[in-house]
Design a protein around this ligand. Structure first.
Ligand code: GDP
Ligand code: ZN
Length: 464
């Protein structure tokens, strides 16, 4: 079995560090009750009475050895398995002072608890079978969600939406696998023969299902990490003005999204709940530019990384050499050209842009007069949802681990399908079907190695 013994009792501060109204110490494991008894004295409780299961008590945390009261608290004991970790759990709600929290935690450790590792409570919930791996992974996404949409997707995953999908897919594969095996092992018996046509049909269905999940990954990544947008343009065309206009509109300014490097200066904002990372590749904030300063190579790198490039020009004047230099380096298929300053007259026409950058969308804008911003937001949104994934859809692949496993599973099922089409031997096909089934199993945590489990929970915070 995984994870070794869980015979020890763990404790940690479960709430965020800093000042707060209350703070919570969580203790989980076989000694949870006895540790609580040692450090907590309830008020208004007869000496002979015991702390009852799932009841909230008011009282004091006391360091009995030093005869010292630590804090006035509420405390609860919940016996397993219907708890977060599926073990016995005690929770102490104290004042949210780091001093109180640390002292109570120290007491719990003195009375036999071990300091929990990052994510260890959730890891126990997984090892005890209360959550599968995708659900456990979703816990951290819920905690870290910075947009409503991201939160919604994570909560659904935590409740098992993705697991359910994977399980139903696996059961289809298992049925097929049984058919194949029976046909291989008992070819002469009086069983229904599995024809290649039927096999092909089943494998096609499996393939389609995996494909459909994979297709959600682009949107999933954007929901989780944000859409990478680079604004580019020569100095003085209005880039900073656009940036400010977008930031002003953005309701909840996202401050930090984990899992991504901050190697460029960027602003994060939301457009209708889609996190957008505006990357300063081209002097978003500087007045003097860019292309020269950071060099063509570096700029090109940023364009390549960006999901979307907003190329801004001063539409009231003819295109200049600097504009052409940029035009020569951008991928028109992911570019929106903002023809700005049209309030001063439009010298550069849409047609001219179309002939230079056939794949690009154009927007006639006058940022100073707030013209073109709404259209830009609409274009960004349609790019994210692109008709492929509906906005209401919440079963999205947001996790790279899941994505990679799905990709491999898809390869296996595709190989099996190709072999079935070529009428190759069943026992070869069986190997790939089995592999597909196993890879999907790894997503939900069936047959994963301890290494992978450790990697998953390393991403967690302390106390969760
Ligand atoms: P950046 O260097 O590309 O970031 O350009 P800025 O945003 O700093 O703008 C340069 C100048 O152009 C500022 O004086 C802006 O007020 C002005 N500007 C920006 N947008 C418009 C516009 O739509 N029309 C006009 N007439 N001026 C604009
Ligand atoms: Zn600027």
């Amino acid at each position: 079995q995984l994870g070794g013994t869980m015979e020890d009792t763990i404790a940690a501060i479960a709430t965020a560090y800093g000042e707060g109204g209350i703070g919570i110490i969580r203790i989980s494991g076989p000694e949870a009750k006895s540790i609580l008894d040692k450090l907590f004295i309830p008020k208004n409780l007869e000496i002979t009475e015991h702390i009852a299961n799932r009841r909230l008590y008011y009282g004091n945390v006391v360091d009995k050895a030093k005869n010292q009261r630590i804090d006035e608290v509420l405390a609860v004991f919940m016996n397993g398995p219907r708890t977060y970790t599926a073990e016995d759990v005690a929770e102490i709600y104290c004042h949210g002072s780091i001093i109180s929290l640390r002292k109570i935690l120290d007491l719990a450790l003195q009375h036999g608890a071990r300091l929990a590792e990052k994510g260890e409570f959730t890891k126990r919930a997984f090892l005890n079978g209360r959550l599968d791996l995708t659900q456990a992974e979703a816990v951290i996404d819920v905690i870290r969600a910075k947009t409503e949409k991201g939160f919604h997707v994570a909560v659904d995953q935590m409740e098992g939406a993705l697991s359910e999908k994977i399980r139903s897919l696996r059961s289809i594969i298992m049925d097929l696998l049984v058919d194949v095996t029976v046909n291989l092992d008992y070819p002469d018996e009086d069983i229904e023969e599995l024809t290649y046509d039927a096999l092909e049909k089943s494998l096609m269905l499996i393939n389609d299902n995996i494909d459909r999940l994979l297709a959600t990954a682009d949107t999933g990544r954007i929901i989780r990490e944000g859409l990478h947008v680079a604004i580019i343009g020569k100095p003085n065309v209005g880039k900073s003005s656009l940036m400010n206009a977008l930031l002003k509109e953005s309701r909840a300014i996202v401050t930090e999204i984990p899992g991504t490097t901050r190697d460029t200066i960027e602003e994060v904002l939301t457009i209708q709940d889609i996190p957008v990372r505006l990357v300063d590749t081209a002097g978003i904030r500087e007045t003097e530019d860019v292309i020269e300063k950071i060099g063509i190579e570096k700029s090109k790198e940023s364009f390549n990384k960006a999901d979307l490039v907003i190329f801004m020009i001063d539409g009231s004047r003819p295109l200049s050499e600097e504009d052409f230099r940029i035009i020569n380096h951008i991928d028109d298929n992911k570019t929106i050209v903002m023809i700005n300053k049209t309030d001063l007259g439009q010298t550069v026409s849409d047609q001219e842009i179309k002939s230079l950058l056939p794949g690009a969308a154009t927007i006639k804008a006058a940022i100073r007069e707030d013209k073109g911003i709404e259209e830009l937001e609409q274009k960004i949104l349609s790019l994210v949802y692109g008709g492929k994934v509906k906005q209401e859809e919440s079963l999205l692949i947001t996790n790279v681990r899941h994505y990679n496993l799905l990709r491999s599973a898809k390869e296996a099922s595709k190989d099996a399908l190709d072999m079935a089409r070529n009428r190759e031997a069943l026992d070869f096909i069986e190997v790939d079907i089995k592999r597909c089934w196993e890879l999907l199993g790894e997503i939900i945590g069936d047959s994963v190695t301890e290494d992978i489990i450790d990697q998953v929970f390393e991403r967690f915070c302390l106390g969760k």
